[in-house]
Design a protein. Sequence first.
Length: 82
Amino acid sequence: MDSLPGDDPVAVALVGAVREGDLPALRRLLAEHPGLATVRVAGRDGCARTPLHVACDGPGTSRTGRPSCGCCWPPAPTRTHG
């Protein structure tokens, strides 16, 4: 999944969960849709943003963006030594 139109129901739910800081909904969406953490959602302004961009968007646009950032950041690859 590379991109979603801004009016796609999954995109609307994703952006809403990120902006509201609804971590249970965000975790559920990410579990149900692999790759959603790195998808780009097309905005009305013509820009496409990842969920992390939405969470960190300009001041005043996200009341609770910081808690959402941890869910939007893809997990780091596991490193093994041996």
